[in-house]
Structures are given as C-alpha cells and as structure tokens.
Write a protein that binds this ligand. Structure first.
Ligand SMILES: Cc1ncc(COP(=O)(O)O)c(C=O)c1O
Length: 394
C-alpha cells in the first residue's frame, strides 16, 4: 500500500501491544465491536456465549470480567450482565416465559418486579400465583402442568421477609420448574442461593455489589450451562446490555464487598435495638429481631441479617414524614447498598404502583420508612436518628 494519507491515519490509530507486563486492574474495553482476521471465526462469534467477542450488545471483555466475577462469588457456571437490575430480571423472565405459562411468585417483592408480574399477567397471558416466602404447602399446591418458574427474593424489599430457599426450591425441583431468586439484599456474602437449590440468581448490581451509589446495573447468574445458553440466545437481541464503564465501576466496588457488608450489618445491629426501645417507634422490621416473622428462617439461612430495615412510627404517616425531613446524615433518596445511609417511604416511591391491597399483602404500611444503612459511624447515625425522632414525636 502507498503511504497512508492523514485522513486514513487519523482513524486507523496505532494500538500498543503489551508484552512483559500487564495492568493491575481490569481495563475498560470501550469499543462497540471487535475486529477479525478470519471470516469463519467472525461468524462463529454468533453461535454461543463462549465464542470470540463480536459486538458490544452481546458482550465485551470488561463486561465478561464482571459476569465471571459474580458467577464465581455466587457459585454459578456463568452470568449475563445487564444495564439495570430490572434489565437482568426481565431478560430472564422474557427468555423463559410465553403466553399460557404459569409462575409461582413470592407475595412480597420489590415494587418494580411486582409491577412486571402484573404486566406479564395483564398483557402477556402469563398467570401468576402469589405465595408466602416460606409457605411450602401453598407453593406445592400452586404447581400446575403449565408452571415454568418459581420467583423469590432472599431478603424481600422493603419489609425484609426472608425466603425459605431450601424448602421452596425443593418444591421447584420436584416439579421440574426453574427456581429464580433475587439476591440483591443479601449479596453473595450473606447467601449463595445456588447452594440452596436456585437455578438462576439475579441482582441489582446498582446496590451492594457496586456499593457506591454511582452506577446502575444488573446481573443474572446461572447454575447450569443449559439455562445460561437459553437465556443468552434471547438476551443478545433483547438489548438490555451492560456498558463497559458500568461493568468496570461495579467490579471496582465488588473488591470491597465483604468489608462493606460486614459494616452494614454491624451498623444495623447497633441501630435497631435503640430504635426498638424508643418511645416514638411503633415497630421495627428486621429479620435479626426474634419477633420478626422470618427470624427462624433467617437465623438458619444467613450468617447475618443485612443492611436494610424498615420501621413504623407511633404517629403514623405524618410522623414518618416529619422524621424523614428532619434527618441530616441519612439522605432521602431511592436505592440502597451504597456507603451512605439512604431512606425512603416505599408506599409513595419504590412501591408506588401497588394498590392498597397489594401493599397490605406485601406487609407495607402507609407510614413505613425503609432505611438502607451505610458505613458511617453508628453513633453518628444514632445521634441523627435521635434528633429526628424527637421532631417526629412532636
Ligand atoms: C430487590 C431489588 N431487585 C431489583 C431491583 C431493580 O434494580 P435496578 O434499579 O438496578 O433496575 C431493585 C431496585 O431497587 C431491588 O431493590
């Protein structure tokens, strides 16, 4: 070829080839696609998830590093990352379900997931039977020939009910249906659901896995290659893709996941007993409390009880509003799982699409406040809560 002109050289940039050293951290592969020397290898990239990278919507080395890291922590064989937790959940549900199918789902679910199940029923002809998170008999009675999926949350958002994963997934296994669990609240540090019979574990990586409230993402982890491939075939065209930079931020956060989870749990353990004793507080929902309906299941399943709790104030909703506008360290914001303490009012935010009956079925009160405890010093958090509780009680 003749000497290339500036216009051509400007787009065909030189790329360094590493030899003799390598980066400490996972690099960000910020590319939309991949270059091939061999047309047959190019074509093979579309055949299966373990072939060379082809196109960013299908995967990318930074995204794959995240998928492999979460699959490893969860004890799965492979994972598919998505642009959000709902992206991961919907990818799995839409890959596995079709009109006429039936799902058994836990009554208390994250509001977005609950809404998707209502939509699946209303618009896509998928019937859903709701059962309690530990109601094995109801789950067994709900199984029909058309049942394809059982869907649970390890620790439910926001009332922290804990699913009896081994007993519920034993029913799924007996019936030959796919057991899916949202493990966002527990993280693989508190629970590895595949060890308890789950076939697919989903996460909003927006929460504990990334851990710093700076990225939105999701992931689905698979216990078998067969399920992974089935969902992958659908996912690559669905377009719920994870961006490489989002994957990189999530990977960076995951390196401190065990440390952060320990601190979140310790902080909740420091705050909850003080709240229980406070005269302005009517009830605290946290599975580490012996009075919580899931206490026994949680004590058997989990080494600790997580970083989220909810509570009710004696003065109901108006007291809740006064409390939320009086706290200074805890921030009124959506989401959870980051280093800063966040709180919200589920009935008007995360679960706003549920009607009064659905809220009651999920155990959510009009005045419930959800707190996702960060990693601040617990005494500073308590001082803040105490001054806000004094105002809430007025
Ligand atoms: C338990 C749970 N699952 C799924 C989601 C959805 O995740 P995302 O907001 O990343 O789509 C959330 C969000 O709050 C959640 O709390």
């Amino acid at each position: 070829m003749t000497e290339l002109r500036p216009e051509t050289r400007a787009v065909h940039l030189p790329k360094p080839v590493l030899s003799g050293s390598r980066p400490i951290t996972q690099p960000i592969y910020q590319t939309s696609g991949f270059v091939f020397d061999d047309p047959a290898v190019f074509a093979s990239g579309f055949e299966a998830p373990d072939r060379p990278f082809v196109y960013g919507r299908m995967s990318n080395p930074t995204v794959r590093a995240l998928e492999d890291a979460v699959a490893d922590l969860e004890g799965g064989v492979a994972a598919i990352a998505a642009g959000s937790g709902m992206g991961a959940i919907n990818t799995v549900l839409f890959a596995l379900l079709q009109p006429g199918d039936h799902v058994i789902a836990q009554t208390a679910l994250y509001g977005g997931t609950a809404h998707m199940f209502h939509e699946l029923a209303r618009r896509f002809g998928v019937e859903v039977t709701y059962v309690g998170e530990a109601d094995v008999e109801a789950a067994r009675a709900a199984v029909r020939p058309e049942t394809k999926v059982m869907y649970l949350e390890t620790i439910a958002n926001p009332m922290t009910q804990v699913s009896d994963l081994p007993a519920m997934f034993a029913v799924a296994r007996e019936a030959g249906i796919v057991g899916i669990v949202d493990n966002t609240f527990a993280s693989p540090i508190l629970c590895r659901p595949i060890e308890h019979g789950a076939d697919i574990v989903v996460h909003s990586t927006t929460k504990y896995l990334s851990g710093h409230a700076d990225v939105v993402g999701g992931v689905a982890v698979f216990a078998s290659e067969e399920l992974h491939e089935r969902v992958w075939r659908f996912a690559i065209e669905l377009g719920t893709t994870c961006d490489p930079f989002a994957a990189w931020l999530t990977l960076r956060g995951m390196q401190t996941l065990p440390l952060r989870m320990a601190r979140h749990c310790d902080n909740v353990r420091a705050l909850v007993p003080r709240l229980v004793e406070h005269p302005a507080v009517a009830e605290v929902h946290w599975p580490g409390l012996p009075g919580h309906p899931s206490y026994e299941v949680a004590a058997k399943l989990l080494p600790d009880f997580g970083g989220v709790f909810s509570f009710e104030l004696v003065g109901g909703r108006s007291a809740g509003e006064r409390f939320m506008s009086s706290v200074r360290l805890a921030l009124m914001a959506p989401s959870l799982g980051g280093v800063v303490t966040l709180m919200l009012h589920p009935a008007t935010t995360s679960h706003r699409k549920l009607n009064t009956e659905q809220l009651a079925a999920a155990g959510i009160g009009e005045g419930t406040v959800r707190v996702a405890v960060g990693i601040e010093h617990p005494d500073d958090l308590w001082a803040d809560f105490e001054q806000a509780l004094a105002k809430a009680g007025q």
